[in-house]
Design a protein around this ligand. Sequence first.
Ligand code: NAG
Ligand code: NAG
Ligand code: NAG
Ligand code: NAG
Length: 615
Amino acid sequence: MRLPFSAILALLAGYSKAIQPDAVRAYEAPLRELPWGKVNFLHTTDVHGWLAGHLQEPSFSADWGDYISFAHHLRAKADADGSDLLLVDTGDRIEGNGLYDGSDPKGKYYFDIFKNQDIDLMSIGNHELYKANSSIDELHQTVPNYKNSYIASNLDIIDPDRGTREPLAQRYRKFTTKNQKLRILSFGFLFDFTGNANNTFVQPIEEAIKEDWFREALSDKEVDLIVVIGHVGIRMTEYKVIYQAIRDAHWDTPIAFFGGHVHVRDYTTYDKSAVAIASGRYMETVGFLSIDGIEAGKTKSKVFPKFARRYIDKNLFSFHQHTGLNKTTFPTELGRNVSKAIAKARSTLKLNEKYGCAPAALFVNRAPYPSDNSIFSWLADHVLPAQIGKASRVRSKGKKTLIITNTGAMRFDIFEGPFTKDTEFLVSPFTSEFRYVPEIPVKVAARVLDLLNSKGPILEAMGSDGAALKEWMVVPPEQIGGIMAEQSGFAQTEEMRVSTGAQQVLGTSKKPDLKPGYTTKDDAGTDGDDTEHSRIDFYNVPNCIQATVGIKLPLDPNDDSTVDLVYNEFVESWIVLALQYLGLKTTVADTKPYMEGKTVTNLITDWIEEHWKCK
Ligand SMILES: *[C@@H]1O[C@H](CO)[C@@H](O)[C@H](O)[C@H]1NC(C)=O
Ligand SMILES: *[C@@H]1O[C@H](CO)[C@@H](O)[C@H](O)[C@H]1NC(C)=O
Ligand SMILES: *[C@@H]1O[C@H](CO)[C@@H](O)[C@H](O)[C@H]1NC(C)=O
Ligand SMILES: *[C@@H]1O[C@H](CO)[C@@H](O)[C@H](O)[C@H]1NC(C)=O
């Protein structure tokens, strides 16, 4: 029976014990049931290393082992009622969590834990490609672990042993489902990414769809369902192009798109037989999509398929409720083993080692900037001045200093309580160090931040040599979705429109007794989340923030003295362009390392060790 909404009474007491020993317990909450259908999908994306789950957040505290148990029970349900279940993962599996980043080499324990989940369709993300060695890990580990499932429709790699350029994996996959024998044609794409190391080649989507293999794959009319998975935002131009190319060959075959990259829960309809879902980030969400009305061999059905979606909060309460099981009956032996393997790796990597204890939460996008709860106010008012103030140039020469960093350097919130080695990787996994341009006139320095933060003609002018500062390059990824949608022409949801406006607050309608969490509004409505939550406000933050040592903000445009302009290396090209735009002759050759070996992350942990003692 399919209920659009049903508040399940939480009579079972056994859901609460999360599997990672130090994770917080899930809480009871009103749940919407899974709209189970004939073809069902579970979708993860942008996992970024979070196989241990979110130890400090009840809504997301289940781990990869629990997800393995969950999928096992739903497969059994599909086998029992003759439906099918397929698992999808759309890339950015690595970088952003100590379980991956904390080992040397990175990912030492990761792949052997990850591979225990049986995944039917898999594709690559941009994060697997920044470094040559991480893409080689894909070639040597993930692709062989998922030989049948991994699809690389537009990605080649140079095989380091043979020295030859080859597709990373099969270009497409045709298979029939286990129970209904539905014939599925599937593709796995990456958006038109250009920041990859030189051992991989991302073929732009416009070119990929002209390849012979793509046309041949689509010339097969004996297909019941086309599944496009990819590390692509579902409102980005790339998916529009693929959709149109498929529709040119298959005017009415049902298509399901699974997207990622922009870290949002989202769902939209391309036409009556084609939909797209995006399933969040960091193992907070398991996306669920079901399709009814497709029959094997009946490609010319007169009825349109029926699609339904749900975003599952990844915790044991949800998992137990959706499977009808409890603490004793839910975990499978494999699930338990994997949870144990995660705990063991975390302990070997000492991820629970404390640097200090946060007295209160600090947020990336859940608090306005500036404000007491903004992670950026904390950085600008406390961490950066204190730590940059220790640089030898400031100490010995008393140099007045202006510091600029991009907000995208902070990836995740800090919660009240222990700040561990693990937290460090979550909050700021980047390795960019500080550099500076010495002795910039204060009256020039005073204008740099505004230039980096304003939109329109100034930034475009700066980009005359091809290095335009695009907002999406420097802000937290959660802000990217709306920006991309603006450019693609795909309709935006209300939520995305609102959140792309600067510093706009979404409505605050707090229902009593609901806990704060996702309140997704997508093109199918407001009933997508499995768990009913009260709304969390989301605030856009500027591209960059600034702090000073030895001189007060705002800088005085009539001040005739100079400052050292310090910045994190990531924004160097834009800083230099801004200085040129403001009339200086600065080039990259004028920049120098500052506090060598120290990253933003190091400054943060040094500060925390000194200031946030645990009680
Ligand atoms: C879990 O479910 C099983 C089977 O329905 C039941 O026997 C058992 O008592 C339940 N355990 C808990 C802790 O609720
Ligand atoms: C890649 O190489 C760097 C530098 O040697 C190392 O720190 C890192 O752990 C390596 N990463 C992977 C995924 O092997
Ligand atoms: C690729 O990059 C590496 C490291 O930056 C460099 O040593 C190598 O020469 C480059 N290869 C090509 C073909 O450009
Ligand atoms: C779980 O781990 C135990 C002990 O290492 C092993 O004997 C068992 O085969 C494993 N079970 C599964 C399903 O992997």
